[in-house]
Design a protein. Structure first.
Length: 737
């Protein structure tokens, strides 16, 4: 019997096996050293024992006088443990009957206990290395459907969350080796729950999952055990505090965050009074609290936008939360001291990843994304910077373009974009369904207008569709943005260099997101430098590294001297080496992907309307289809695909198809490399085909998920965010129909 959210009853034991008869019940349990260290050294279960990060089978258990002799075996290695029952409920264990130590089920507080080698990290040694994570889940059964877990590493340097599959054996044991650049907490999900575990490069960690408790052996066992005791000390807004965010001023919110931080530190001090906590655990927890404090303060704008969004969706006026406008000036960010930038000890907590993200997108450093398109000469510079080779004709075109893309014209376009950028984007989204008809309309014209929006408006005039007042203001400005002379010069230029412009634009589109990030990052760096008064800090180097690593997400790498040029942007020697390492990794991955299987690419048979989607589904009739509309450049899409990977393994033998649909904005080379790691069925549709699908499913953003039944009928055109268990329940329910 399996519960919906994991766990369950799989075996009812009528009679224990012969091993359990060997071991007296008084010796069974998880034993902690009773000197005050509370170190977990022994577990004796009915079927096996756990000692020194190893799972042992029983060979024999003998008693002579008061001493038990327990003979164990694991993979051909034997071990003997001696035990003696004490009157106070403790048990003495040891490798020799003459060297026994007392152990207890419960943690013991001994204020006189002084831990050996109990020192915090003085500095962080970053390295390209691996770590070993192993353990066992108590009560795991081979009859459990889920036999995998996931371990997530927040890789701040690459600005990505790395997912590692944990394969669980039938006895509940698991072992894996994974890359790790520095000591840090990672996030683990198992069929039994979720866990934060502290790992360190070139060291081992053994994790025993015992119902709701966790026990640790190996390196940093003490830190992990203590952090488990402190896991409930967290910084977060309660429901009432969140509901008041709409009417909480920046000053009031700062005071609230300081209060919550103070309460967390007080809880930590109170816990220390009756518990011995290792210095490493305290250091990691304090880093977590500090980062949580920064994260809360940097989330002020995001929390308030969330209130606005909820109010817009509220069906009744009384369901809306109170909201007032407040100005957030630069003084609000005074909590960001210069010392933060070079505090590498903050990387001990996985919260450092979220902190850098919040910092990058903080309003004080964030550039308005509505800046204008780069000029052709500027685009040529960026293309060459990212290693794209331009022809002589393209370079000549880019140079002569300065005659029409004058500083005055570029300034006008930038001002227009800052004022009407959001309106322009909303316009494209609103009237996108008419673009095919607009294209047909333009073919009938001798000379279309110089801006696509103006042509769309002319087309709309032939219909019953009226534009809004805000859109009309934008159109009015667009009409006079360029003089007749400037429009004519641009027309002649475009005619003269038509061929070069076409190939040039194709190259730009292939690298547009990369160039956009570079431009955005440049502005952010300048703002951060002005705020902190420096550009040479560890934190700023990390942010530069994140930008440089974005190339790898699209299965691209630095070729020739472009790697050395990229490395020159970094100050930290480790980050220089790590960039080269990641570059080599992506090269090797591209080669491996050429021979991978487990995925199928399909071609679209029919190209219009409902027939399009029906033809895409024809070959999957009789199966339930989970459709994922995505793109290679979409981080949430990639994250969702990684998250669902274990579920696909679980349901590999079921009548379920996982169908992935993307469009031309996913570069073909990038897409082919990406899908080599995405098991399932794949379509890369044309722009027109995508537009039909967007209209059919009202796709306003990606990822977008859809459910199709066995007959090919769309039963849920838009699925919300769901856990793997939730998706599994939904698919199972649909298969039973």
């Amino acid at each position: 019997m399996e519960k919906e959210r994991g766990g369950g009853i799989y075996d009812i034991v009528i009679q224990e096996d012969e091993n359990s008869i060997l071991l007296p019940k008084a010796l069974r349990g998880n034993w902690l050293l009773a000197n005050g260290s509370n170190r977990w050294d022994y577990t004796f279960n009915s079927k096996n024992a756990i000692i020194e990060s190893t799972i042992w089978n029983y060979k024999s258990v003998e008693k002579k006088g008061k001493i038990y002799t327990i003979a164990l075996e694991s993979d051909g290695i034997t071990k003997t443990v001696y035990a003696k029952l004490n009157k106070n409920g403790t048990v003495s264990f040891g490798n020799s009957p003459k060297l026994l130590q007392d152990y207890s089920f419960k943690r013991i507080f001994n204020p006189n206990y002084k831990a050996k080698r109990n020192t915090p990290f003085e500095t962080i040694d970053f390295k390209i290395a691996t770590t070993t994570y192993s353990g066992i889940i108590k009560g795991f059964s081979e009859r459990m459907k889920q036999k995998t877990g996931m371990l997530y590493v927040n890789n701040t340097f690459k600005d990505s969350q790395e997912s590692h599959l944990v394969k669980i054996n039938n006895d509940g044991s698991f072992k894996m080796e994974l890359p790790l650049t520095h000591p840090q907490t990672v996030y683990v999900t198992m069929p039994t729950g979720r866990y934060d575990v502290f790992l360190e490069p070139e060291k081992t960690t053994f994790h025993y999952i015992y119902n709701d408790e966790s026990f640790f052996m190996g390196d940093n066992a003490s830190a992990n055990s203590d952090l488990q005791q402190l896991k409930d000390i967290r910084l977060r807004l309660n429901k009432e505090q969140y509901k008041k965010m709409g009417e909480t001023s920046p000053e009031e919110y700062t005071q609230l965050c300081q209060k919550i931080k103070g309460e967390s530190l007080d809880k930590l001090k109170a816990f220390q009074k009756d518990n011995i906590i290792s210095e490493k655990a305290l250091q990691i927890k304090r880093a977590e609290i500090e980062l949580g404090f920064y994260d809360m303060l940097l989330s002020y704008d995001m929390n308030r936008r969330s209130i606005v969004s909820k109010n817009k969706k509220a069906k009744k006026e009384e369901d809306k939360l109170p909201y007032r406008e407040f100005e957030v000036n630069d003084k609000y960010y005074d909590f960001l001291s210069r010392d933060i930038l070079d505090n590498k000890l903050l990387t001990l907590s996985n919260s450092f990843y979220f902190f850098t993200n919040r910092l990058v997108y903080a309003p004080i450093f964030r550039e308005d994304r509505n800046f204008s398109q780069p000029s052709r000469s500027e685009t040529a510079f960026w293309l060459q910077k990212v290693g794209v080779e331009l022809t002589a004709e393209e370079l000549n075109m880019a140079e002569l373009s300065k005659q029409i893309e004058t500083p005055e014209m570029l300034d006008k376009e930038e001002k227009f974009e800052k004022t009407y950028g959001d309106t322009r984007q909303a316009f494209y989204k609103k009237y996108r369904e008419h673009f095919k008809d607009v294209s047909a309309y333009l073919k009938k014209l001798d000379q279309p207008k110089h801006d696509f929006i103006l042509n769309v408006v002319d087309y709309l005039k032939t219909t019953d569709i009226s534009i809004t007042e805000e859109e009309a203001k934008m159109v009015e400005v667009l009409n006079v943005l360029k003089t007749p002379v400037e429009i004519e010069e641009e027309r002649l230029f475009n005619k003269q260099f038509a061929s070069a412009i076409k190939t040039f634009n194709t190259k730009y589109m292939e690298h547009s997101s990369e160039i956009f990030r570079e431009r955005l990052n440049k502005v952010q760096n300048e703002k951060m430098q002005a705020f902190f008064g420096t550009q040479n800090s560890f934190m700023q180097d990390v942010m530069r590294m994140q930008t440089l690593c974005k190339k790898f997400e699209n299965y691209k790498f630095y070729e020739g001297n472009t790697l050395a040029i990229a490395q020159e942007e970094l100050q930290t020697s480790f980050l220089k080496d790590y960039l080269a390492f990641c570059n080599q990794q992506i090269k090797e991955k591209i080669e491996r992907n050429k021979t991978k299987g487990g995925y199928t690419v399909h071609n679209v048979e029919k190209g219009e309307g409902d027939e399009l989607f029906a033809s895409m589904l024809e070959k999957f009739k009789g199966k339930v289809v989970y459709v994922d509309f995505w793109a290679t450049w979409c981080a949430p899409c990639r994250s969702g695909i990684k998250r669902i990977a274990p579920l696909k393994e679980e349901m590999a033998d079921d009548d379920v198809v996982f169908l992935y649909v993307t469009n031309q904005t996913s570069p073909e080379g990038t897409w082919k490399n990406a899908i080599a790691n995405i098991k399932g069925e794949h379509y890369r549709v044309s722009s027109d085909e995508w537009n039909y699908l967007v209209q059919k499913f009202n796709i306003s953003g990606i990822p977008h998920y859809t459910l199709v039944d066995r007959q090919g009928n769309v039963v849920k055109p838009k699925l919300g965010h769901m856990s793997n268990n939730g998706i599994k329940r939904m698919l199972n329910a649909e298969m039973k129909k």
